[in-house]
Ligand binder design. Structure first.
Ligand code: ARG
Length: 465
């Protein structure tokens, strides 16, 4: 049991208590960020005259050694230490002796862990931004390739009106654009440095918090020391944004599963992204899409969990907040994995364009256009709706579509119909005439694709910054 705080205790900690309290088994993944924060702290201490330059250099060398040895596996982070902060400090003292004991001057583990988590989350959010960008690039390609790929659009999972595959995918594009924006907003809002807040009330040392903040690429220091050590809003915001991303991925997965089913056969998932059955040799299952859909629950759970943990905590730091880690790590791993695999899955799937088109032709997806035809010939919409309703009923009885009706049959219900009805309700017309911005018509789609192209180009600069 290696702990930082034995002085005022007369007894050893009970082993079970020690284990219950320790966080090393999971916070060890913060080692890089803990060392990065410590280096900035030490530089600031030297600049402020609290440490000598020699002491600073010795400590930094020691910390770099710990980092290198941990990365190479020479040094193992074991459960002998209470948490990652104890591990780094104890190792530093082992390496460089008494100077190492000065590292923690003007700092508490409360502001230290607040910093470590922020540094870690910031790095991960930047990676998530990159993954969403790659996903959007794939969607953009699918959109560009499928402006004329007709398919039925659904409401209530009933065929409604014809759309295109580009248009359908474009809906998800909009969702992921918003998701990207949310991550960007979080990064902006969270980017203030809590180090220097001490345990809760700052310190009497003349710390230069602006300097620490600039060394670590923050916009500046946080402005209230009590808030600094007890703020986990950015984690909540992240998990909320992640929940929305997962909700989008899950809806998309659900559609992929439906489209990939034997009944629909709109798409076929690549063998590399499908799995088989141990008993049924014919099976090729969409497990990746199902797992993405399934894992959405655990990301929601992490949001729910931290919200519940935080709701009753008095200011400032309380140990409850250690519970932020496992769920954050799990959600980050899950979301990154899901976006990456989902992107691979949709970039390799094949489209059965013929099946999509066939499905769009039947199911009366052109009934609205048929009514609109009558409206254009002076029939009030409500009457037109009734007329087409009768025609649809007639077609259902005869098991044909509106396109198959003869002009006589049309006339038996309304004499307004003329020869041009067939063109007016053809799949091509139904889709290609819908050209108000946001609609599936090719002119409208081209405009949106152009906008998206510019958007992605701007993002590319941002991602590579
Ligand atoms: N492992 C702790 C956490 O994750 C570090 C901070 C401990 N501070 C304290 N006063 N016990 O929150």
């Amino acid at each position: 049991m290696a702990q930082l705080w034995g002085g005022r205790f007369t007894k050893e900690t009970e082993q079970k208590v020690y284990n219950f309290n320790a966080s090393i088994s999971f916070d060890k993944r913060l080692y890089k960020h803990d060392i990065e924060g410590s280096k900035a702290h030490v530089k600031m201490l030297a600049k402020s005259g609290i440490l000598t330059e020699t002491e600073r250099d010795e400590i930094i060398k020691g910390l770099d050694g710990i980092l290198a040895d941990t990365e190479s596996g020479v040094l193992e982070i074991t459960s002998e230490y209470e948490d990652i902060h104890s591990f780094v400090e104890a190792n530093l003292i082992d390496r460089i002796g008494d100077t190492g004991k000065k590292l923690h001057t003007g700092r508490s583990r409360n502001d230290q862990v607040a910093l470590d988590m922020k540094l870690y989350v910031r790095d991960e959010l930047i990676q998530v931004k990159g993954l969403i960008f790659s996903l959007m690039q794939e969607l953009h390609i699918l959109m560009k390739e499928n402006i004329h790929t007709y398919m039925p659009g659904f409401t209530h999972l009933q065929k409604a009106q014809p759309v295109t595959f580009a248009h359908h995918v474009g809906a998800y594009m909009e969702m992921f654009k918003r998701d990207y924006g949310r991550i960007k907003d979080i990064l902006e809002r969270m980017n203030y440095c809590p180090l220097g807040a001490g345990a809760l009330a700052g310190t009497t040392y003349p710390l230069d918090r602006e300097y620490t903040a600039s060394l670590l690429n923050f916009y500046g220091p946080t402005l209230n020391s009590m808030d600094s050590v007890s703020d986990r809003d950015y984690i909540i915001e992240m998990l909320s944004a992640f929940s929305t991303i997962m909700m989008h991925l899950s809806r998309f997965s659900e559609e992929i599963i439906i489209w990939n089913s034997n009944e629909y056969q709109f798409i076929e998932l690549d063998d590399a992204y499908s799995t088989g059955s141990s008993i049924m040799p014919q099976k090729k299952n969409p497990d990746i899409a199902e797992l993405v859909r399934g894992k959405t629950g655990r990301v929601y759970a992490s949001l729910n969990s931290i919200l519940t943990t935080m709701k009753g905590i008095p200011l400032a730091y309380n140990k409850d907040m250690q519970e932020d880690k496992e769920l954050t790590f799990d959600a980050i791993d899950t979301v990154k994995n899901c976006i990456e695999l989902f992107t691979g899955m949709i970039s390799t799937m094949k489209l059965n364009k013929e099946n999509m088109k066939k499905s769009a032709v039947n199911g009366f997806t052109n009934a609205t256009d048929c009514a609109d035809y009558l409206v254009n010939h002076g029939v009030p919409f409500r009457d037109a709706h009734g007329i087409v309703g009768q025609l649809v009923l007639y077609c259902i009885e005869k098991n044909i579509s509106l396109d198959d009706l003869s002009l006589e049959e049309y006339h038996s219900v309304s004499t307004v119909f003329e020869d041009d009805i067939y063109d007016a309700i053809s799949l091509k017309t139904c889709v290609e005439k819908r050209n108000t911005i946001g609609a599936p018509g090719p002119d409208a789609m081209e405009k949106v694709i152009d906008i998206n192209e510019k958007y992605l180009n701007e993002l590319r600069g941002e991602i590579n910054e």
